[in-house]
Write a protein that binds this ligand. Sequence first.
Ligand code: SIN
Length: 298
Amino acid sequence: MISINRIGKHLGAEISGVDLSRPLDDNTFSRIAKAFFDNEVVFFRNQKIAPEQHIAFTKRFGELEQHVRKEHRLGGYPEILIVSNILNDQGKTIGVEDAGRFWHSDLSYKQTPSLLSALYALEVPVKDGRVLGNTSFASTTAAYEALPDDMKRRLQGLKNVHSYRYYRGKNVQAQKAEQARGARVVQEHALTPEQLSSVPDSEVPIVRTHPVTGRKGLFINEAHTSHIVGLPKVESDALLSEICAHIIQPEFRYEHHWRAGDLLMWDNCAVQHKANFDYDLPLRRLMYRTTVRGSAPY
Ligand code: SIN
């Protein structure tokens, strides 16, 4: 029996009574899809799924992306991106180690940003009996609805630029600052010019209508938004900081405490997320992620 238990005030629900390693009938899938779009973040505990099953389940929501960081795709399964701090024999990470350092929605810099992501936890870091590496989510729809009317009017019609290059630069700066404070040096694979040029900047509305639910949300984030179009830099930076700080207020958030075997999905048109890097090797974290392609924001 499938059951859905809402956890956060605005987002987050646990779905029980589903075994994702088995094919789902259309009725069960429809209930999951409805629960997903109603709750913006949903998770299933105690799942034992192979990459094929992870792919088959998420493919029912739409076409799967293949991430630009092809060196971190799972061998034989290009639709799966490895998110991990585990090192290979050459001392390089087997997956993206720094995914989610800043608040963002996945692939928001693409011309057709992602509809949803599904992250499957294979190994989670545990210290003194406590699981580390939580992921936090913030509802951009609830945040939009809570804005005062004059701010809603100000944002209507404004566009912002989402840029993968901007994000990479910001990430490198953050890594350098952490290393200067004594953090381990992350041996990353450098991106080739071809990889970078395959993700040109994208100009999109700040107020976005959800393609499935029709709800309005804020499509702007601290990781990928380089600037707001048409505003002087000082004004653009100030407005960007103000909106991003508004979105991530505790009342709009749900924080996920991982267990190995969790499959958690989030709606990239309705939430932003951020990972908590409160662990390091020898504590290992290994996750597999699929990402469903969405449509051009409007
Ligand atoms: C991501 O940003 O897609 C990964 C989040 C996480 O590792 O918790």
